[in-house]
Design a protein around this ligand. Structure first.
Ligand code: HGA
Length: 609
């Protein structure tokens, strides 16, 4: 979603700001802009479309100046257009970038209009600039004006404010949208994600909820919600692989699909010993917190929700703990029942998913025994605020459609199943079998990637299709859901997933030759049931694509194309069957010619509600 970069330095900063925005591009956005203070004047350039268009505009008309802010916008209030792109200004003095949503913007807008302010955009953000300008009339300086402003805001914000009359200062404020301060030598930076600043610094301090900070070239002062000075620990970035380039791959998504064996090997490293999963995989304090857990509540959105759905089968079947899974945006707005000895598990690639974060905070108030996050971003809000964290170590994921994060989440959740199983009803033999299965995952995924060419050929069949149906049973049902989500995200084909036992309760009515049906069929105890469902489709003239275990005895014919998947054990099967579905959606999108890495209307890290 929206990205923020800011800098205060002795050198010209426009190039640093643009590079920072480029590094946040993968999150999805519709317009971009930059504002810089130079010789007491505020200059601004904004463009609809890609950051490159903004960069090209700056080539033609460069912006000099050592203090500046920049933004990529994913519109929530007001259409994507140049006048709605950030930075927004109050007159020619104040410029503001903002991530989040100001919920009381309409009321504030009326109040500010009454004070004589004119609005030049349809955004909620613009109220921030005018409020700061108004507060500056009585406040001793920019910091005090921003502190007075944020007290009037309801909703979520990560915001950076500059004033041309006070040119060596950025004032930043965070509530509900992440912000990080990057420390340089005689220059300092701010951003919504440390990734943006890696070319200029590796030393960061993460702002906490309610913090307001004043950043100059040499000093950073941070204040909490009540205005008291606070110290936020400086940390060296743990990001080891810079996500900068696609290497030999045509798209980040394909690169990330192929990185899965490596990402899985990394996530397993040091977490399995003596044929069992170590509690320390979930943090130093995990043994103490996990041992009495009898119930797990999983909260997530999108792809992460599908990982959680698969884990429900495992936790109940194998670990002997009860489990509920819920979409974060639903959980946070309803009353739910708290079972004794409950663990709350959040799953989020970015650790900043707004709904998941809010649900976690709510659950803490409800009195869950402990909170655990399965997360790929060190230092993110979910990691900092949870009692335990399983750090995924998948490496930066740039493609908006999640691939390697999903399979690494599955591996992490399987580890959690084994860890909780040990304190509940799982036999030592099963713990060892899971440990063994986890360790052989990277090699098996490598084998599954060998299906790439066959799937590329198969994808041709989907080029003229507008709908597709995915079927699975048991823990393959969430995999079918994930397959359908991938296809709709990047190829814009309408796809739905059903637990195949549900077919005759409705979706069979949709079956005809124009509705391809994709079936995931590992050789498990539900195979015979699944075969009956396949017959139900065949009898109605449906055309099927069956990803089946080599031993499952499916044979291709006029109505069915069978793609043999390497044989694998039941613990890793959901993860292995994910691979061909990822490849299928990728190849269909290639044929359709869509923007694979940045599909329309979508954003990577969903930091607004
Ligand atoms: N509400 C602001 C910012 C949107 C945002 O944070 N998106 O991720 C706008 O619409 O401009």
């Amino acid at each position: 979603m929206c990205g923020i970069v800011g800098a205060v330095a002795q050198r010209d900063v426009a190039e640093i700001l643009i590079e920072g925005l480029k590094r946040l591009e993968y999150r999805g956005y519709d317009s971009a802009g930059v504002a810089v203070i130079h010789q007491g004047e505020l200059t601004r350039t904004r463009r609809v479309g890609k950051v490159q268009e903004l960069a090209d505009a700056l080539q033609t008309a460069p912006l000099a100046g050592g203090t500046g802010i920049a933004h990529t916008r994913w519109a929530t209030h007001g259409e994507p257009s140049e006048r709605n792109a950030h930075p927004h200004q109050s007159g020619s003095d104040i410029a503001v970038v903002h991530n989040g949503i100001i919920e009381n913007h309409a009321k504030l807008r009326e109040m500010l209009k009454g004070l004589g302010y004119q609005f030049n955009s349809d955004t909620d953000t613009e109220v921030i600039c005018h409020l700061v300008d108004h507060e500056l009339k009585s406040a001793p300086g920019l910091l005090a004006a921003v502190q007075a402003t944020v007290k009037q805001l309801e909703g979520a914000y990560g915001t950076v404010v500059i004033d041309r009359r006070d040119p060596e200062r950025l004032v930043v404020a965070r509530s509900g949208s992440p912000l990080v301060i990057g420390f340089g030598l005689g220059e300092n930076f701010v951003a919504s994600d440390q990734l943006a600043l890696l070319p200029v610094t590796r030393t960061f301090a993460f702002l906490e909820e309610g913090d307001v900070a004043e950043v100059t070239r040499r000093e950073v002062h941070i204040y909490d919600l009540d205005g008291n000075p606070v110290v936020r620990e400086k940390k060296e970035s743990e990001i080891t692989h810079d996500a900068g380039d696609k290497g030999e791959y045509r798209h980040y998504m394909l690169k990330e699909i192929y990185e899965q064996p490596m990402a899985l090997a990394r996530t397993l490293e040091g977490r399995i010993a003596q044929q069992r999963v170590l509690d320390s995989a979930f943090g130093d304090n995990a043994a103490e917190l996990l041992k009495d857990i009898k119930h797990v509540q999983i909260i997530a959105c999108g792809t992460s929700y599908h990982a959680g759905m698969a884990a429900r089968y495992w936790l109940e079947d194998w670990a002997g703990v009860s489990c509920n899974v819920e979409i974060a945006s639903e959980f946070r707005y309803r009353k739910s029942h708290l079972f004794p000895n409950s663990l709350l598990v959040t799953i989020s690639q970015s650790g900043e998913t707004a709904d998941t974060l809010a649900a976690m905070r709510l659950a803490k108030e409800m009195g869950y025994k402990a909170t655990l996050t399965i997360c790929n971003a060190p230092g993110s809000s979910l990691v900092r605020e949870s009692d335990m964290a399983y750090m995924m170590k998948a490496g930066a994921e740039i493609g908006v459609a999640s691939t390697k994060a999903f399979t690494v989440q599955l591996a992490g959740l399987l580890m959690l199943t084994a860890a909780l199983g040990r304190y509940n009803s799982m036999s030592v033999e099963m713990q060892a079998a899971i440990a063994q299965s986890l360790q052989s995952m990277p090699a098996k995924v490598e084998q599954a990637l060998g299906l790439d060419d066959a799937i590329a050929e198969l994808a041709e069949d989907f080029a003229d299709k507008s709908h597709a149906l995915f079927l699975g049973r048991g823990d393959q049902y969430p995999i079918a859901m994930e397959g359908a989500l991938k296809l709709k995200e990047i190829s814009y084909i309408h796809a739905e997933a059903y637990a195949s036992g549900e077919l005759k309760h409705g979706p069979l009515a949709l079956i005809d030759a124009d509705m391809p049906v994709i079936v995931v069929a590992p050789n498990n105890e539900l195979l015979e049931k699944l075969k009956s469902n396949v017959e139900e489709v065949r009898a109605r003239g449906g055309l099927m694509y069956v990803f089946a275990d080599v031993d499952a005895e499916f044979a291709s014919d006029d109505t069915m194309k069978v793609i043999p998947v390497p044989h694998c054990d039941e613990f890793m099967a959901p993860l292995i069957y994910t691979i061909p579905l990822q490849l299928l959606s990728y190849h269909v999108a290639l044929i359709k010619g869509t923007d694979v890495d940045q599909p329309r209307n979508l954003a990577k890290s969903v930091t607004v509600e």
